[in-house]
Design a protein around this ligand. Structure first.
Ligand code: ZN
Length: 335
């Protein structure tokens, strides 16, 4: 069963279908709000045999049923190996369990490589099996490495016959300008708060306001964090625990995630220093800094750490050092 119907996508989907003037659309906006789902719904709608492709998919016709079972012959989904199984699983499409990591075996790639694009081009060459369209979804488009992007350019510019593309990106600045310029942009903003909260409640998270704020208003990310064991109480406790120098506040997380949490804390403390409420944390959970300067210096340190966080030699030591650094910056900002 296809699982791509997020309530806040209805308007952007209808809008994008009605306004589509190009054979290639680029869904862009923040991650964690359903970009992939919107691109997939565009594909299903273009393939739907009940309308003319300018309305959302009917969900009932033969094409829609094939699409929902993951066996539509005119549909291809291009996703980096590292994300493929989890993305298909969350969409309700068939997927193969990834192999358990073996020593000496390369980790699944986070890039979309040229081989995958060549397969896509072969798919693009063949005639449409059902005669309606052929659609390729590429997610996230910024994962196309340079060679892969270049291999795609010509087809993206002059697609054969009935071929259409739906790309999705949460870092469109990271895309090659030549890719970006060949696509019609489809902005996907953050959903309205009450719609996001209603959806989270339907997923078994009735009081998800704090977690939704923690993610900056991205409901899919809030759900992911909750499923990974994060509670609102644990999130709100982070500032005080960091001030006490407790590395355990963050030690359950991989370094990039821990750095991200500290960046959110730093951002909120700068806001507090300027008399504004917290954005990611509840204001009551935050200390009250008097000076922003030490926080801005800390922010620069965090950005440097984020660039090197993927392969730390020892993540436990790194997180201890980060928490010590945070503690001293927050201490300095209070004086
Ligand atoms: Zn249909």
């Amino acid at each position: 069963m296809l699982n791509a119907d997020l309530p806040w996508l209805q308007m952007p989907l209808a809008d994008a279908l009605a306004r589509a003037r190009s054979h290639a659309l680029l869904v862009q906006g923040p991650a964690g709000v359903g970009q992939l789902e919107l691109a997939v719904k565009l594909a299903q709608s273009w393939l739907c045999e009940a309308g003319d492709g300018a309305q959302p998919a009917c969900g009932l016709c033969a094409s829609c049923r094939l699409f929902a079972s993951g066996t539509h012959p005119d549909f291809q989904l291009l996703i980096p190996e590292a994300l493929d199984a989890s993305a298909r699983e969350s969409l309700g499409l068939p997927f193969e369990e990834p192999d358990a990591p073996k020593a000496g075996k390369a980790k699944p790639s986070r890039e979309i490589k040229v081989d995958a694009v060549r397969n896509l081009l072969a798919f693009a060459q063949a005639t449409s099996a059902r005669g309606r369209a052929k659609v390729a979804v590429i997610f996230p488009a910024e994962a196309l490495n340079g060679v892969a992007a270049n291999a795609l350019l010509k087809t993206l510019e002059e697609p054969a016959g009935l071929l259409r593309f739906a790309l999705a990106s949460h870092d469109s600045a990271g895309l090659l300008p030549t890719i970006r310029s060949r696509c019609q942009p489809v902005p996907l903003p953050l959903p309205e708060r009450n719609v996001a909260l209603g959806w989270l409640a339907g997923k078994g998270l009735p009081d998800a306001g704090g977690l939704l704020d923690a993610t900056g208003g991205r409901p899919q990310q809030a759900l992911e964090w909750a499923n990974a064991g994060l509670t609102d109480a644990a999130w709100q406790a982070i500032p005080k625990r960091v001030v006490r120098g407790e590395a355990a506040a963050l030690s359950d997380w991989a370094p990039p995630r821990a750095i991200d949490a500290l960046q959110r804390l730093c951002h909120d403390l700068v806001r507090r220093a300027h008399g504004q409420p917290g954005q990611f944390f509840a204001t009551a959970s935050l200390p009250s800094p008097r000076r922003a300067a030490p926080l801005l210096a800390w922010d620069a340190e965090l950005r440097r750490a984020a660039r090197h966080a993927e392969h730390p030699l020892n993540s436990g030591l790194l997180i201890e050092a980060l928490v010590a650094q945070a503690r001293s910056a927050i201490g300095a900002s209070a004086r």
